[in-house]
Design a protein around this ligand. Structure first.
Ligand code: GLU
Length: 424
């Protein structure tokens, strides 16, 4: 058997975690050795230095990455993260998850992810614009509408996608909206894209609660993370009648057993940027928040927050992974024993975002735009299909739901690679 020649390039806890998930799924479906490492490891990556002139006249050089994990099933797809703790290994793990996510949803895409080591809240608006444009400029030959299509992720947003699209378009000499998704509507963004990830998380949470005969309008929800995904999940769940009893961001959480006033929380965050000192409930730490008794617990921030330390203490009925990779391998083993908790794994749970990104790309390529109702109806239809396939796989092979989702996603990528063959 051949040994992978993958170096220590991606070495990190989170990459190891994604690899362990892959190994388990590959074992479960007896993935042949000849296809295993080709399917597992990222296809290619690019690391760039991004010099930015600061408002005081000095220059700071930031480091940025793009990892294209799989390009065998279509252009690679995945967000760009701006965060001070970004590492190449993390970006590689996130790219790997994008491959399985797109494959599971039946999208004609591979998986990718980008990242820049930067705390965007420490930059002025013009510094952020320079950083975003220069990142895209450095990547211009590495991505494109038929090569690799970025989107927002933690720390990036519509405005940044607009700047990146403009930079790419200026380079090629014509408007190229399909190079990036998650753009402002005025630049070819899709109706419903901003809320898509959270709307999908809430929709699937409601569906699983219904399967468990738990009415969503009697449910309580605890949400970690109040960025795009967390806040849109909160809004959608509360529109379904659920009571949001705790929310948080990196500055800490707010707990109110009577229900958080979301409108006030959103207004507060718009002005204060963070939840800290929001007076809509009692302050609570992010750690304690995860252990609150609730119907649905939704980690919607960063990786590896559900660990072997707290997995045994969760008091939820549904664990809906709005974030990518929130649950460690050790925590998965504990949760497997806790049959009272239904896990909705990340590659299924948060796939609403990339599904509507796909719709946005289609609309851009055809210059034919859809209504919000059309977008959401098609989104829910695709989520239903993905959910049904995961649950059928779970029943058929007696897998846990993460293994069911991963085996489906991985098998499709592996099959495409095997069918394409190896260039001699
Ligand atoms: N960053 C999002 C994710 O992790 C969206 C990716 C996309 O829309 O391409 O799924």
């Amino acid at each position: 058997m051949s040994k992978a020649i993958v170096s220590s390039l991606y070495d990190s806890d989170v990459f190891k975690m994604a690899c362990r998930q892959f190994d388990q799924a590959a074992d479960a479906i007896n993935l042949p050795d000849a296809i295993r490492d080709r399917t597992k490891y990222p296809r290619r990556c690019l690391a760039v230095s991004i010099p930015v002139r600061r408002i005081d006249g000095s220059v700071t050089v930031f480091e940025g990455y793009r990892v294209q994990h799989n390009i065998s099933t279509g252009p690679s797809k995945g967000g760009i993260r701006f965060h001070q703790d970004v590492t190449l290994g993390e970006v590689a793990a996130l790219a790997m998850w994008m491959s399985w996510k797109c494959s599971l949803a039946g999208l004609p895409y591979g998986g990718a992810k980008g990242g820049v080591i930067v705390n965007p809240s420490k930059l002025s608006e013009s510094e952020l614009e320079h950083l975003s444009r220069r990142y895209m400029q450095e990547m211009v030959n590495f991505l494109g509408p038929q090569t690799d299509v970025p989107a927002p992720d933690v720390g990036t947003n519509e405005k940044i996608m607009g700047w990146m699209m403009d930079t790419y378009s200026t380079h090629v000499g014509y408007l190229s909206p399909a190079v990036v998704t998650g753009k402002p509507i005025a630049l070819g963004g899709s109706q419903g894209r901003r809320e898509a990830t959270g709307a999908g998380v809430a929709y699937l949470t409601k569906k699983y609660l219904e399967d468990m005969k738990l009415p969503v309008n009697k449910a309580t929800a605890v949400i970690q993370g109040f960025g795009n995904v967390g806040s849109e999940t909160a809004i959608a769940l509360s529109n379904y009648g659920a009571k949001i009893i705790a929310i948080s961001d990196y500055t800490g959480g707010i707990y109110n057993p009577k229900g958080i006033n979301l409108k006030k929380a959103l207004e507060y965050v718009k002005y204060a940027k963070v939840l800290k000192d929001f007076d809509g409930g009692e302050p609570i730490s992010n750690e304690a928040l995860l252990e609150l008794k609730c119907t649905a617990l939704i980690p919607a921030a960063l990786e590896r927050v559900i660990t072997d330390k707290n997995a045994g203490k969760l008091k939820c009925r549904v664990l809906a992974e709005g974030a990518n990779g929130p649950t460690t391998n050790a925590a998965d083993r504990i949760l497997e024993q806790r049959e009272e908790i239904e896990l909705i794994p990340d590659v299924l749970c948060n796939s609403g975002g990339v599904i509507v990104s796909y719709f946005e790309w289609l609309q851009n390529l055809s210059s034919f735009y859809w209504t919000r109702d059309e977008v959401l109806t098609k989104l829910y239809g695709m989520l239903d299909k993905a959910k049904d396939s995961v649950d059928a796989q779970k029943r058929k092979f007696k897998f846990n739901r993460r293994l069911a989702a991963l085996t489906l996603g991985i098998a499709r990528v592996a099959e495409a690679k095997a069918s394409r063959g190896l260039f001699p």
